[in-house]
Design a protein around this ligand. Structure first.
Ligand SMILES: Nc1nc2c(ncn2[C@@H]2O[C@H](COP(=O)(O)OP(=O)(O)OP(=O)(O)O)[C@@H](O)[C@H]2O)c(=O)[nH]1
Ligand SMILES: [Mg+2]
Ligand SMILES: [Zn+2]
Length: 351
């Protein structure tokens, strides 16, 4: 088996159909027109084949790719993307439709929050939904506990929205609690860090390496907001053999258009809903609603149900948007085909 980090037997068999000047690789960072690619024994830069771009396939950080390697022609090109195990995406911003894939093949996602003004349970629910949809396993890191009076109380609060998801208190700066992350940083595993700007994602990366591999910067004094120091998504290879991905701080993460993430992130509500009188109960004001009863009994916080409603609406909006986008795409394709047929008729003189 080759030494591309994270490579497995499934990838080996997907790659085995390529005979000739092809190399397996993994996208370590993505620039506008080129990618930095980890290949067995090093890192190379490669372009992206026009054929791949034309069919709408964009390599992202974490992708396992097929490289056409022709050094005698001075050319190295990503010609295919191997099947993705997991896929972290978010809803496109603005009126763009569909989803935007951020990174691929991540096993564990560390959702980083800091024990200060960043702590926001509603935002954590949103992150959990997005991470569950990606197929990766979430772990919540409560960073900067050196600044907190009562970190245990904060962990308790977070655990109330996290269900079975581990919540790990630590300090990237003092390195307290870092050992608790070792079980995730094992050979072949890919771990990505996400969270707002300034929560300490890059400081954590530096702590794992024991040296400054990433730039970090102070947060603003008044509101503790970060300064968007990291601007490029990038992969790092730890001495342990684990792969780490540092991400730019996320301003506000939009949901993609898959609903299974929401169901996992709100499994308490989904479980209660199985006892609602009506199968299509929306848990707003229906009689016999078991979810509303659970809220009344204090088993589910009201703000959590509100959050669930808000995210459900957002999800419906997102999937409508991508449906419209899909129709537009089909229309354009159809137009393209119609033009080709017209040209063909002109050329052959056939009706
Ligand atoms: N007190 C304390 N400060 C920390 C800790 N971890 C990080 N910081 C500080 O928080 C600030 C922001 O850290 P970064 O690592 O740059 O944050 P980031 O999440 O990478 O931010 P972006 O790259 O902007 O998304 C820096 O001044 C760090 O020194 C910690 O555990 N305790
Ligand atoms: Mg950073
Ligand atoms: Zn109900």
């Amino acid at each position: 088996m080759n030494s591309v980090p994270g490579w497995d037997e499934e990838l080996e068999s997907a790659f085995s159909v390529y005979n000739g000047p092809y190399l397996p690789g993994r996208v370590a960072s993505r620039h506008k027109t080129v990618c930095d690619i980890l290949i067995p024994g090093g890192v190379v830069q490669a372009g992206i084949s026009g054929a791949l771009l034309r069919i709408g396939k964009q390599p992202v950080v974490g992708d396992f790719v097929v490289l056409l390697d022709q050094p005698e022609l001075g050319s190295r090109m990503v010609v295919n993307i191997l099947p993705r195990r997991t896929c972290l995406s978010r809803g496109a911003v603005g009126d763009g439709s569909g989803e935007q894939v951020l990174a691929a093949n991540i096993d564990t996602i560390f959702i980083v929050t800091s024990a200060g003004k960043d702590l926001n349970l509603r935002r954590l629910e949103r992150y959990l939904t997005v991470v569950y949809s990606s197929g990766a396993s979430p772990v919540i890191l409560l960073n900067k506990i050196d600044l907190a009076d009562d970190p245990a109380r904060m962990v308790e609060k977070i655990q109330s929205v996290a269900g079975d998801v581990p919540v790990i208190p630590l300090s990237a700066l003092s390195k307290a609690g870092l050992d608790a992350l070792n079980p995730y940083l094992i050979p072949g595993e890919t771990v990505a860090l996400i969270g707002s700007s300034g929560v300490g994602k890059s400081t954590l990366i530096n702590a794992f390496f024991g040296e400054a591999v990433q730039k970090t910067a102070d947060v603003r004094k008044d509101d503790e907001k970060g300064r968007h120091t990291t601007t490029v998504r990038q992969m790092f290879l730890l001495p342990s053999g684990a792969v780490l991905i540092d991400n730019p701080g996320i301003r506000e993460i939009q949901l993609g258009d898959s609903s299974d993430g929401l169901e996992k992130a709100f499994s308490d509500i989904i479980n209660a809903a199985s006892n609602c009188r009506f199968k299509d109960c929306t848990h707003h004001d229906e009689p016999g609603c078991a979810v509303l009863q659970a809220v009344k009994a204090g088993l589910i916080p009201e703000e959590r149900l509100d959050s669930y409603h808000r995210l459900t609406e957002e999800l419906i909006f997102q999937s409508k948007k991508s449906e419209i986008g899909l129709k537009r795409l089909e229309k354009e394709k159809y137009k393209e085909i119609a033009v080709t047929i017209k040209k063909y008729r002109k050329f052959t003189g056939k009706p």
